[in-house]
Design a protein around this ligand. Structure first.
Ligand SMILES: Nc1ncnc2c1ncn2[C@@H]1O[C@H](COP(=O)(O)OP(=O)(O)OP(=O)(O)O)[C@@H](O)[C@H]1O
Length: 583
């Protein structure tokens, strides 16, 4: 991992915000101005009352105060509105740039990174975490600035009127300053982190539970039996209890001080008033402002919770941004041929567990090589490494004598076509699903579909090639989807072809068509087939036998039957499976 250690939480957020910081600062400054202006009418009311309690009342001055109070209230509202607009503009611009930045970086990650687990995490970062940041920037930051500025300004002003009453009015502010670190400080940090982690685990557990429902019903299982989900709910409940237990006493103290703040102000105020220490206007001023500043204080308390959520989101965004990106070469290479060569290749998904150990083989241009071996032997991994889904830990993989790292990704993708175990279909038309944004004509798309033995079926669909696939359109069987994948590969026409169990899910009829399409596809290509059905690869130019990450034998079918006990066992098992009947 790259070392880029960095600011945290809100400071990191401001760093990410970059040039939008100025908008945020302007929004914050306007929030302070709003706080000042919202105090003005109260001060003017104080002047009005003071005037009205004089023996000789100056009515024109009183009217002036009223007009000024109304103007201040209106300007205060306008300033708040502009502050809100600026914070929203800043929030959405930051969101836009953040998403763009993340997607741009993800585009440079090894393709293998985007497996199911990571694409779930990426979805969460791009939608949930980034969305929370919007809420935080657009709403919480101005509220927080106001929540700090208004109480401080109010207390400051009150001190200028009467220090004794001001001191007693400031008690809730002091209490909050003392308690805030207790509620959200270092002591509770770990607890809050655990709370968020368990909330995320519970959400993931719920999604898994809903997905597993059909299987659970078939096996007569109930929600209680779905241990993982139950466990995550209990864990979450445990953390909520722990958090509440540790933060409630401090919160209760804060609440009791704020809810009863009027009493001490009233008691001392009346005492001073009857002692002729203060005027009636001053007493009323303290009764209104001495407790009126308390409500915005809740925004500070709320900010504590929001900050912990934002810290978590920012951490997860950073974890994604910290992934090593592929080193990208820009100069196109000119390979003499399309021979694939693995030289001493070792690879581990997790640092300590080798999935491939010192693999050496070559696939001559225009030949067919099959990879066979028990489940988990590393066959698919070999296929994925050729397209640089992951970086090898040791050794080199080359195409046409040039290390694949030297090819720009775009060129490598032009050289290799991959037919995956699962076909991914977009919710678009069949035409677009075959064309896949390639620079090809409609005629070429149709020819590819013909070669993939799927043209007739497409023509029989309601809108032919314009029929939409997916929720709002038609569905295709697994075998039909594989033929669409083959059509894509034929259309792409890459010189190297990697087929990962291309016929695994096909029905007999589809399989017949797939085999036909396959023979068109592999003509003059350098082919690597990752196969389970040994009968389809007996004619391969060479078969590589893998077992637990090592290449244990290689040769033609007949040679391996004589020399490789593992291959013999697999061949026997394959023949037994062919003859298997349900009795
Ligand atoms: N994305 C991944 N992250 C971590 N480990 C992985 C990942 N993909 C595969 N593995 C592990 O690597 C090993 C080799 O897997 P691979 O899929 O290459 O085997 P395979 O021979 O193709 O198996 P199968 O025939 O069942 O598809 C297995 O132990 C597997 O659990």
């Amino acid at each position: 991992m790259r070392k880029r250690k960095i600011k945290k939480g809100i400071f990191r957020l401001l760093e990410i915000a970059g040039s939008r910081k100025n908008l945020l600062i302007a929004s914050g400054a306007l929030a302070v101005l709003h706080a000042i202006l919202s105090l003005v009418p109260y001060v003017l009311i104080f002047y009005i009352i003071r005037e009205l309690t004089q023996v000789q009342i100056d009515f024109s001055l009183t009217c002036d105060y009223i007009v000024q109070a109304v103007i201040a209230a209106i300007i205060s509202m306008v300033v708040l509105y502009i502050s809100g607009i600026l914070s929203h503009i800043a929030a959405y611009r930051i969101l836009y740039e953040l998403r763009k930045y993340i997607i741009d970086r993800v585009g440079k990650l090894p393709m293998g990174y985007l497996n199911n687990k990571n694409s779930g995490a990426l979805k969460k970062v791009l939608s949930d975490d980034v969305e929370r940041i919007e809420n935080f920037i657009a709403h919480q930051i101005p509220d927080f600035v106001k929540g700090v500025a208004l109480p401080l300004l109010t207390i400051g002003y009150l001190f200028s009127q009467d220090w004794r009453l001001a001191a007693i009015s400031a008690v809730p502010l002091v209490v909050l300053a003392v308690l805030l670190p207790k509620m959200y400080g270092n002591q509770n940090k770990k607890l809050i982190q655990n709370y968020h982690q368990s909330l995320e685990d519970m959400n993931a557990g719920i999604v898994e539970y809903v997905r597993a429902l059909p299987v659970m019903k078939i096996f007569g299982q109930s929600a209680e039996n779905f241990e993982k989900y139950g466990h995550t709910v209990k864990r979450f409940y445990g953390f909520v209890q722990q958090w509440i237990k540790s933060s409630t006493p401090a919160f209760a103290v804060f609440m009791s001080f704020t809810s009863n703040a009027l009493l001490p102000v009233l008691a001392l105020g009346l005492y001073l008033y009857f002692q002729n220490g203060i005027s009636l206007a001053t007493l009323l001023l303290f009764l209104i402002l001495g407790t009126g500043y308390i409500k915005p204080l809740f925004a500070i308390n709320n900010m504590g919770i929001q900050l912990s959520i934002i810290n978590r989101g920012v951490e997860q965004i950073d974890a994604l941004l910290d992934q090593d990106v592929l080193e990208e070469k820009s100069e196109r290479q000119r390979p003499d041929n399309y021979e694939i060569l693995f030289k001493d290749v070792s690879f581990a998904y997790q640092s300590d567990q080798l999935v491939l150990d010192e693999i050496n083989f070559s696939v001559a241009e225009g030949s067919i090589t099959a990879l066979v071996g028990p489940s988990g032997a590393g066959k698919s991994t070999v296929g994925q490494l050729i397209s640089r889904f992951w970086e090898v830990n040791n050794g080199t993989i080359s195409i046409g004598g040039i290390n694949i790292k030297e090819y720009p990704t775009e060129q490598l993708m032009e050289l290799v076509s991959f037919v995956f175990q699962d076909s991914f279909m977009f919710q678009q038309t069949i035409y677009e699903n075959i064309k896949m944004g390639m620079d090809k004509t409609a005629e070429e798309v149709e020819n590819a579909a013909k070669a993939a033995q799927i043209h007739q079926l497409i023509n029989s669909l309601p809108d032919g090639y314009d029929t939409r696939f997916g929720q709002s359109g038609i569905h295709l069987s697994g075998g039909e989807q594989q033929r669409i994948q083959l059509a894509r590969a034929i259309l792409k026409g890459a010189p190297i072809l990697i087929l990962d169990e291309a016929t695994a899910f096909a029905d007999p009829e589809s399989e017949y068509y797939i085999q036909k399409a396959f023979s068109t596809l592999i003509k003059n290509k350098t082919v690597l087939v990752i196969a389970h059905r040994l009968s389809s690869i007996t004619n391969a130019d060479q078969i590589l036998v893998f077992d637990r990450g090592r290449m244990v034998s290689k040769g033609k079918h007949e040679d391996l039957l004589k020399n490789s006990t593992l291959y013999q066992r697999m061949w026997d098992a394959h023949n037994r499976a062919k003859d298997f009947v349900i009795q």
